[in-house]
Design a protein around this ligand. Structure first.
Ligand SMILES: *Cc1c(COP(=O)(O)O)cnc(C)c1O
Length: 378
């Protein structure tokens, strides 16, 4: 099957008892049984569901659907991207272990890794993932995991996942990739050697800005561990949120196709525009496109705050990936938790605006940004 077909036909046909064309929402905290013998069947493995914190058909659907598109054996959904990341990390590392992460992480992940994980007794080293010697130099005897993002935020660096997989396997450690910005429409990290793929399904998988959700995918063995963490930490996703995630996921390929095409056109149009110092947009992220996020850096004499007031119908938000074009200010949102000197070292500046390109007509998108630039932010 080609991606557009596969995308809408998950999960693979199964013998279903239901006759509903879409999956019903199992809005229930628990499942009932005819008698105690019947309940025992759950513990024998003959029945799948007992108690929603431990599993529910809707959360399984979101996990399995994402795993099928990512090419992973299994998937586990959870209440947010961060809880999915935590479950994936804890499937590989425990107190006393060490992990190595890229220094240009999404801010929330950076906070989780630089403080909360340390509280759990897991030590984290942050490195420049483009420097092989630095990564290898950071590996210790207790290193269990190498962690990065397929397309980074907000500078949109495309990670060399195959290269990282080589390093990880040479030290016998696992590789985990946050694939939120790329989605399996563009990049499938498992095919490049990643053991665990994580998503903030709040972004492109959900796609409609109406749900907070996360998913990790990987081998059945690793996902069994991740699922146990989600269950024990109580970070399971509610049935309706999981259902919304699945509803969104089914149109991932259509949305990404359109949003990537619009982003490419916008990046090109803003390339030579007066007032724009630099446009960040990948050139070879994948054969299908380069993502739907464009980051621009305004000239030093431009007032970023004023620019944000001239964006007409474009939404100002702290996030990305909805149907509508939106902007955010990375130093104030996604990268707020990072120390200023880290931001400066990464090149995340106060003149930077991150644009999440939506599904509108590309002519309108280009026009609204050109108008805002012309206003000179007065
Ligand atoms: C938003 C985001 C997260 C965190 O996801 P939540 O759903 O907000 O918990 C993690 N990684 C990336 C790249 C993100 O954009």
């Amino acid at each position: 099957m080609h991606f557009h077909t596969q995308n809408v036909h998950f999960p693979a046909k199964e013998k279903a008892k239901e006759i509903s064309k879409t999956k019903p929402i199992y809005q229930t905290s628990a499942f009932t049984f005819s008698d105690f013998d019947d309940m025992e069947q759950y513990f024998n493995g003959d029945k799948s569901y007992l108690y929603t914190r431990m599993g529910n058909p809707n959360s399984d659907d979101l996990g399995r659907g994402t795993a099928e598109l990512e090419g992973g054996e299994a998937g586990v959904a959870s209440a947010s991207g961060l809880s999915a990341i935590l479950a994936g990390v804890l499937a590989c590392a425990k107190s006393g272990d060490h992990i190595i992460a890229t220094q240009d992480l999404y801010g929330g992940t950076w906070s989780l890794f630089s403080s909360d994980l340390q509280d759990f007794g897991i030590e984290v080293s942050f490195v420049n993932m483009e420097d092989r010697a630095e990564i290898e130099g950071a590996v210790k005897e207790n290193t269990k995991l190498l962690y990065s993002e397929s397309i980074t935020n907000p500078l949109l660096r495309v990670e060399d996942i195959e290269g990282l997989a080589q390093i990880a396997s040479s030290f016998n450690i696992k590789l985990m990739i946050d694939n939120t910005f790329a989605t399996p429409y563009l990049i499938r990290p498992h095919e490049l050697g990643a053991d665990i793929v994580a998503h903030s399904a709040t972004k492109y998988i959900g796609g409609h800005s109406d749900v907070t959700a996360g998913v990790v995918t990987g081998s059945a063995e690793l996902m069994q561990k991740a699922k146990a963490k989600v269950s024990m930490l109580g970070s399971n996703i509610g049935p309706f949120d999981a259902w919304l995630g699945v509803r969104g996921l089914k149109t991932l390929s259509l949305r990404m196709e359109k949003q990537c095409a619009n982003a490419k056109a916008l990046a090109k149009a803003l390339g030579g525009a007066a007032g724009v110092k630099k446009v960040f947009y990948p050139s070879a992220a994948s054969a299908r496109g380069n993502g739907a996020v464009v980051t621009i850096e305004l000239e030093d004499d431009r007032d970023v705050m004023a620019f944000s007031k001239h964006l007409d119908w474009v939404k100002v938000v702290p996030t990305l990936a909805g149907l509508e074009t939106s902007v955010t200010y990375p130093v104030a949102t996604s990268h707020r938790p990072l120390p200023e000197e880290t931001r400066e070292m990464l090149g995340v500046t106060k003149q930077m605006i991150r644009i999440s390109v939506g599904i509108e007509d590309e002519r309108d998108i280009i026009e609204v940004f050109e108008q805002a630039l012309k206003s000179r932010g007065e």
